[in-house]
Design a protein around this ligand. Structure first.
Ligand SMILES: NC(=O)c1ccc[n+]([C@@H]2O[C@H](COP(=O)([O-])OP(=O)(O)OC[C@H]3O[C@@H](n4cnc5c(N)ncnc54)[C@H](OP(=O)(O)O)[C@@H]3O)[C@@H](O)[C@H]2O)c1
Length: 230
């Protein structure tokens, strides 16, 4: 396959980790479709190989329409990166049903129905689905029960579609970063984020895993902060 023919869809590709993944793929010659509620916020939205789609991953019909758009312009896909996600603390004593619905609709249902909409476009024998999970998909953290539960659910989904898509030789990777300095942590001080990773660090390993030859797969990549759990 010609390097310039490679096409990726990145949900949550406008900011933070997803934006860095989008940028590194563009730098490597990929065509990148960025999906977010405000995809135009992506700093490289004007790049000649970038297309943006304003989509809320909680809206299954919008996801299907975006998949139809991508199919019409690109035909097949080489990588689907599921990065759209949200997180915030939810101490048990004050957990609300609205928080539960928001976190699970975005982090779990959003990934499920994005994967469903785009899976038919993935190139057999070649393509990769990369799920940006979290250290919170491996262990629990006090006060973060709903976020951790959503990421554990995402891990179960990821492990299951890995086996389901294996007959098509579509590879499925879970990336589990520790704490990363992205806009989602803009409310923290520089001191509080001193030990956080840069999004570019996570993106570099993610893009390397995406670009492995088709006979190899990174199934799970746990990338923690050097100081340990934050
Ligand atoms: N930062 C960390 O420490 C860290 C650590 C481990 C894992 N993660 C995971 O990495 C992923 C990205 O996190 P980040 O820190 O880079 O977050 P971020 O900077 O807040 O970016 C989140 C991205 O997701 C998009 N998004 C959010 N809700 C969406 C929705 N309903 N529909 C479509 N797009 C949506 C946002 O765009 P719009 O707002 O325009 O929709 C944005 O592009 C998340 O899944 C997160 O759980 C983050």
């Amino acid at each position: 396959m010609n390097r310039h023919d490679r096409v990726a869809v990145v949900t949550g590709g406008s900011l933070g980790i997803g934006a860095e993944i989008s940028t590194q793929l563009l730098d490597d010659g990929w065509t990148v479709h960025v999906l977010a509620r405000n995809a135009g916020a992506y700093a490289n939205a004007g790049h000649r190989s970038c297309r943006t789609h304003d989509v809320d991953v909680r809206d299954s019909r919008a996801l299907k329409a975006a998949a139809d758009d991508v199919a019409a312009s690109a035909g097949q896909l080489d990588a689907l990166i599921l990065c759209a996600g949200i997180g915030y603390p939810t101490p048990l004593s004050s957990v609300t049903r609205d928080q539960y619905d928001e976190l699970f609709e975005t982090n779990v249902a959003g990934a499920v129905f994005t994967a469903q909409a785009f899976a038919p476009l993935l190139r057999d024998g070649q393509a990769v689905i990369t799920v940006i999970s979290s250290i919170a998909g491996r262990r629990g953290f006090a006060d973060w029960s709903l976020y951790c539960a959503s990421k554990h659910g995402l891990e179960g989904f990821t492990a299951s579609i890995r086996d389901e898509l294996r007959p098509r030789r579509i590879r499925v990777t879970s990336i589990q970063p520790g704490s990363v300095d992205t806009p989602s942590y803009d409310h923290l001080s520089a001191e509080e984020k001193a030990e956080f990773m840069e999004p570019a660090t996570v993106a570099a390993l993610t893009v390397q895993a995406i670009q492995l030859p088709p006979e190899a797969v990174v199934e799970v990549l746990f990338l923690n902060n050097a100081v340990g759990d934050l």
